[in-house]
Structures are given as C-alpha cells and as structure tokens.
Design a protein around this ligand. Structure first.
Ligand SMILES: *Cc1c(COP(=O)(O)O)cnc(C)c1O
Length: 398
C-alpha cells in the first residue's frame, strides 16, 4: 500500500464521507415513538415503567430507575448516598466531564487516579493510592465498553466503606465474571445518548439491588416529591403530593421509553453487529506494527461501543491530531475518547490539577483514536477504514 494519502494530494479511499457515528434507528423505533405520541401520554408513565422493568430484567438487577441522562443518573445517585462538601469522589481522568462534574455540583472534590495504558480503565493500584477516609464514592468508567477490573475495585471500595458507582455509559451489553454490567457494583449508570449502544436520543438508567436506594432515586429524579407522584395525573390519582427532598427534574419521558423498549428488544442483534464489525477491524489492523488494536479481556464481554486504537507516534512522522486530519481527508470520521479531565481548564483552575499528574492518561491521549464502530457499517465501509489507516501509517511509517 504505497498510495499517497489524500492529505498529501492523493485520492481518498472513499468518495463519500463516512461519519464517525450513525444511530441504529429503524422503522420499529419510529413507529413506537409515534404510538407513544398518539397515546396522549407524553411524559413519564406506563412505557417508562415497562422500560425499567425490562431493562432491570435484561441486566439482572433488582431495580432500574429511568432518568433523563447518564449525567442525571450519576448526579442523582451521588446525591442519594449523601455526597457533599468535604467528600471526595474517585474516578478516571480519561472520561467525559460529567463523570467528575456531578461530584463538583454536590460540593465534593473529584479525585483522579491514573489509568491502565492497555485497557484505558482505572488502574486498581493507582486507585488504591488515592482512596482515603473522605472517598465517599468511586466511579470507574468502562472505557469503550470494556469492563474495568471490578473484582479489585469492588474489594478496595468495600474495605474503605466507599460506594461503587459504575459509569456504564459505554457498557450496555457488557458482562463481567458472568454477570451483565448493571448487576455488579452498588449502582450502575447507563447512557442512552444518541451515540451510545442503546439510544433513546437522550436518556439514562440507574440499576441497583438496593431497594431503599432505588426508592430514593425515584423520588429525587422527580422533584423529591412522594414516590409515584406522577400517578396523580391519572384517573385513580390524586391532586395531593408532598415535597420530601431537594429533588431534581431528571425523569425520562414515555416517548424516549418507547424508543428504548424497541432498542432493548433489538439489543442482541445490534450487539452482534458491533462485535462482528470490531472483529473485522481487528483482523484488518492487527498486522500493522504502528497500530495497537483494542481487545477483550478474559472473564469479560466487551460491549464494543468504541473501537479505540493507539497509534505509535514515536515511530510515525505525524502526531495524533495530524493522523485524524489525514483520516478526515480520506473521508473517514474519527474521534478521541477522551481529552483527560486534568488537562481541562476548569479542573485545573478549580482543583489545581496540572499536566504531568496522570502520565499514563496523557500518554494514551497523545496516541488514541476512535474509529467508526456501529451496527450500520457495511463490510465495504470497514474495508475503507482499514485501508485508510494502513495507507496513512505506511506513508508516515517509521
Ligand atoms: C456519554 C457519557 C456520559 C454522559 O452521558 P449522558 O447520557 O449524555 O449524560 C458519561 N460518561 C461517559 C463515559 C460518557 O461517554
């Protein structure tokens, strides 16, 4: 493959741009949303209840509480367990801002521990070093859908009296030690954002086996008013309600739940497609000396939300930013997950984090690129992705 990269004036591998992501919305989702709209019940109601019940059963948890986003789920859960000023919440710096910002909103300090350079997940040894008497909660992130080392993290959380809240925004469909993600930690928050493995446009879910916590989450997601207060709008309901808590407006709507129910029914099919697309990419890319491909770990099932590769910038004559530009010129969309939070101005200003604090996360950040991975990709699309990567690393290869 000695073809000239498009960014150097060569022909792009494909004529039409391949977006980094396209949601897997079919006619069934569209019709379900229309039925919900025609039903006369738009906000949280029977469809949300059914979605919670089916989601709970799917992941194998005792309770599921639907919310407006994963961010809302994380925030509500931290509030429900009483996180406040003087508390610390331990998480990965290689995540989306909301994982840490929810702690900030409750007056707590986000404390980062470095990641493992191969899994991009919290390094249990690094996490152990940051656990202390103030660590009220730990939020491991299953990066890209690859489960964290939950045995190690759960053991140290338990020993420290720390609540284990998993950020499973990427991990719907993943398993760990024979259990689905959502049935492992003290609580787990999922995202149904447009790009995530199960989508309702926007939305989220918290699962837990703790009934008291689930009750508290149900109240907090809807203004802190008495449980099932939405029933007051039904024929059997009542006009009376009580505000019991400083709650939020974080409920799901029945239009979202209607879409979610269909996505949940199609979950196995969509998962198989992502998994087989990932395997196809790996087959095409693993022979390239300057590219490291993601892999599944023994004892866990990867959700394959993302396909993050590492490019060997020490041997290539381009950096990661230029690589992304070169892919764009080949008409392939890519992304970066994530810009480490300790490099973001807010976290530096508010908490004094600096470059150099988490060297593994920084090293990963300088090399990581997420390639397109979603159910709608054809073999020809995947061939184009592989050809584009191969062409670029061959041209700039060391
Ligand atoms: C997308 C994402 C979130 C936020 O999800 P929302 O549903 O958009 O709030 C949180 N954590 C991670 C790791 C994410 O990728």
């Amino acid at each position: 493959m000695s073809a000239k990269p498009a960014i150097e004036g060569g022909r792009p591998v494909r004529a039409e741009f391949l977006p980094f992501h396209r949601p897997a919305i079919a006619n069934a989702e569209i019709q379900a949303a229309v039925r919900a709209l025609r039903s006369g019940w738009l906000t949280m109601g029977p469809r949300t209840q059914e979605f919670e019940e089916r989601f709970r059963a799917y992941v194998g948890a005792k309770h599921a509480v639907a919310v407006s986003s994963c961010t809302a789920g994380l925030h509500t859960t931290l509030a429900a367990i009483g996180v406040g000023p003087k508390d610390e919440v331990l998480t990965s710096p290689l995540t989306f801002t909301s994982t840490a910002m929810v702690a900030v909103h409750l007056g707590a300090k986000p404390v980062f521990a470095d990641v493992d350079g191969e899994t991009f997940n919290l390094d249990p040894e690094a996490a152990r070093g940051r656990l202390g008497p103030r660590t009220k909660a730990m939020i491991p992130v299953h990066h890209g859908g690859l489960p964290c080392d939950l045995d190690a993290l759960a053991a140290m959380a338990r020993a420290n009296g720390t609540f284990l809240l998993e950020d499973a925004a990427h991990a719907f469909g993943a398993s760990y030690g024979g259990k689905r993600i959502g049935a492992v930690g003290d609580a787990t928050a999922f995202s149904f954002y447009a790009t995530k493995p199960l989508t309702t446009g926007e939305g989220g879910m918290v699962t837990t086996d703790d009934g008291a916590l689930a009750d508290r989450l149900r109240s907090l997601r809807l203004h802190g008013i008495s449980r099932d207060a939405w029933k007051r709008y039904t024929a059997t309901g009542d006009w009376y309600y009580e505000v019991l808590d400083a709650g939020y407006k974080y409920n799901m709507t029945d239009v979202q739940a209607a879409i979610g129910l269909v996505q949940l029914r199609r979950a196995e099919t969509l998962f198989r497609k992502r998994r087989s697309a990932a395997a196809y990419l790996t087959k095409g890319l693993r022979g390239l000396a300057t590219v490291t491909v993601p892999r599944e770990r023994r004892g866990s099932v990867h959700a394959w939300h993302l396909y993050p590769i590492l490019i060997d910038v020490d041997r290539l004559r381009i950096d990661r930013a230029k690589f992304i530009e070169a892919m764009r010129a080949e008409n392939i969309g890519t992304s970066v997950h994530f810009i480490p939070l300790h490099l973001q101005p807010f976290y530096q200003k508010a908490f004094g984090y600096r470059r150099g604090d988490f060297p593994v996360a920084e090293r990963v950040y300088d090399r990581i690129v997420s390639l397109p991975l979603y159910p709608g990709l054809t073999r020809a699309d995947l061939d184009d992705v592989v050809d584009a990567v191969a062409k670029i690393v061959a041209h700039y290869g060391g």
